[in-house]
Design a protein around this ligand. Structure first.
Ligand code: HEM
Length: 222
């Protein structure tokens, strides 16, 4: 019981912590889609499909970042399964569009950091798209263990964009921006291209394998 309270409190705390980034991304996305940014920005250009991909990915990305912790709250899943299902449909669809929007932007304009950042973010987008499709597919087929494993991967991938900023923030506070350049070509920048999602996904895989025998299987089924 205490464990469930702690889990719920943790997930609500995550929602609170991500909210400044959610507001920032949603405002940025909305203003970009309207073509009404406060000041000129390199992400906004005359390329309308690229703008649509970039700013819609921000708006929908903000939505899924806010909503995804809700899906892991067990009492909510148990008491309001209908809400879990509809929020799940919304999140998986919005996550797929977020990923496709980011991928379209990379294909049309490329990132500020060049090839290495393109590679890191392309893999990120592809994994998010895969996780969204698999989470939905397994839920539809009632393969609950698999659905929950993919949902956990999707959760960490969605939080990745926020973690990217958190990791930069902490690094700048600790080192004053060592190995980081405005062009995102420093050693830290290169590692960061993958470090905001890959270590967390590895953690999920270890978690799923290590506890898959009993406890997590029970958790995953709950
Ligand atoms: C999870 C939800 C996501 C949110 C809330 C989000 C939000 C944002 C925001 C606010 C920016 C503007 C840069 C900044 O202000 O720091 C941005 C940039 C970007 N995002 Fe996302 N994003 C998300 C997911 C993704 C995914 C899945 C991809 C994968 C393709 C992606 C690719 C990009 C790219 C390529 C840029 C521009 C990089 C550059 O500066 O050149 N994002 N994102």
């Amino acid at each position: 019981m205490v464990r469930i309270y702690l889990q719920v409190a943790g997930l609500l705390a995550v929602m609170l912590l991500v909210s400044p980034f959610v507001i920032y991304a949603a405002d940025f996305g909305r203003d970009g889609l309207r073509g009404r940014l406060d000041a000129p920005h390199y992400l906004f250009s005359a390329n309308i499909p690229a703008n649509t991909g970039m700013f819609s990915h921000m708006l929908l990305g903000a939505l899924i970042t806010l909503l995804v912790p809700l899906q892991l709250i067990r009492p909510l899943r148990q008491r309001l399964p209908g809400v879990h299902r509809w929020t799940g449909r919304l999140i998986t669809l919005a996550a797929a569009i977020t990923a496709l929007g980011g991928l379209a932007y990379i294909a049309l304009r490329g990132t500020i950091g060049g090839a290495a950042m393109d590679a890191g973010f392309t893999l990120y987008g592809a994994l998010m798209l895969l996780a969204a499709v698999q989470t939905y597919r397994h839920a539809r087929a009632r393969r609950i263990d698999k659905h929950k494993a993919w949902a956990l991967r999707l959760f960490w991938l969605v939080l990745g964009s926020w973690l990217y900023r958190v990791q930069y923030g902490l690094w700048y506070v600790a080192t004053d921006g060592l190995w980081s350049t405005p062009e995102f070509t420093g050693g830290f920048d290169l590692v960061q291209n993958f470090a905001f999602y890959l270590p967390y996904l590895i953690g999920v895989e270890i978690y799923l394998r290590r506890f898959s025998s009993r406890e997590t299987r029970a958790n995953l089924r709950a």
